[in-house]
Write a protein that binds this ligand. Structure first.
Ligand code: AMP
Ligand code: ZN
Ligand code: FE
Ligand code: FE
Length: 280
């Protein structure tokens, strides 16, 4: 059986692995295909493509956009996007600036709580253009201001905690369009985490291509539920570990194994999309 993991992060966003380390784990675990889906970034894709080539693993370029619809946050995975697409790169640059400003605001809120952390410390630790809350949490732990990442999120960074700052997000409909114009397929990430079921029909009307049925945090029942929804709306099925590095001492990659037949279907769908305009 051939398997894929289509949801992975590197240090180009809030993961801790390099593309080479991630490809190495993929090879060790026997994956046939991997996709890189860093938050609001495609920067790691060229290196990941190279590393997967060396490891004889098929690589799918991707990104994970933080989007919203009617004030509900949802994550959109874009697969097979052209990582040189000008509009995609311009919009991603804006999302990254928003992320950087948000870090400054979160740090200001921590300072108002007498937590002496500096934004520059977070940026130095993050060392990427797409910083996020995990970097603030790691900086708090590194500075001895929190005992653990969990404590940092629970005390300060979780939604509605005192240092949480809402993030300006792209509308989901614009996000789908952005992925499409970059030649990609738009997939709703981990629907079981965001409680976004009511939004699915709206996004399907806007051209949503698929839904992430298999995810580390989906129970068997949750995966089954979204397989049913995929069937109902004729959506492609994806899945991945959402590996950000080590989790409880082990890399999360390997915990979700998407049967390769779903990758075949994704490839068929994206090739239909790119062929269609020529036939008109
Ligand atoms: P951000 O994009 O800055 O809002 O950060 C979101 C990321 O933070 C997610 O992709 C997770 O990696 C991580 N995250 C969110 N909630 C928690 C939590 N309670 N504990 C640890 N990590 C979390
Ligand atoms: Zn993340
Ligand atoms: Fe996500
Ligand atoms: Fe993710």
């Amino acid at each position: 059986m051939k398997f894929a993991d289509l949801h992975l992060h590197t240090h180009f966003s809030d993961g801790t692995f390099s593309p080479e380390e991630l490809a190495g784990h993929g090879q060790r675990l026997g994956f046939a295909a991997l996709a890189l889906t860093d938050h609001d970034s495609v920067e790691g894709c060229p290196r990941m493509a190279e590393a997967c080539g060396v490891a004889d693993i098929e690589f799918i370029s991707g990104t994970e956009l933080t989007a919203e619809h009617n004030d509900i946050e949802l994550h959109l995975l874009g697969y097979f996007v052209d990582t040189q697409n000008e509009k995609l790169l311009a919009d991603i640059a804006r999302f990254q600036t928003t992320r950087q400003n948000r870090i400054r605001e979160m740090v200001a809120r921590l300072n108002a709580l007498n937590i002496p952390l500096e934004a520059e410390t977070v940026f130095a630790l993050a060392n990427c253009k797409s910083p996020g809350r995990p970097h603030v949490a790691r900086a708090l732990v590194k500075a001895g201001l929190c005992q653990s990442l969990d404590e940092a999120f629970e005390r300060f960074l979780k939604k509605n905690r005192p240092a949480w700052v809402p993030k300006a997000k792209v509308s989901a409909l614009e996000g789908i369009e952005l992925i499409h114009q970059a030649g990609g397929l738009a997939v709703m990430a981990h629907p079981g985490l965001n409680r976004t079921d009511d939004v699915i029909p709206v996004l399907v009307d806007a051209g949503l291509d698929g839904i992430e049925c298999f995810h580390t945090k989906h129970s068997t029942a949750t995966s089954r539920r979204y397989l049913g929804i995929a069937d109902k709306f004729h959506l492609l099925v994806t899945g991945g570990s959402d590996c950000h590095g080590f989790s409880k001492g082990k890399p999360l990659i390997g915990t979700v194994k998407l049967p390769y037949e779903h990758v075949e279907k994704l490839k068929e769908a994206v090739s239909r999309k790119t062929v269609e305009p020529l036939n008109r």
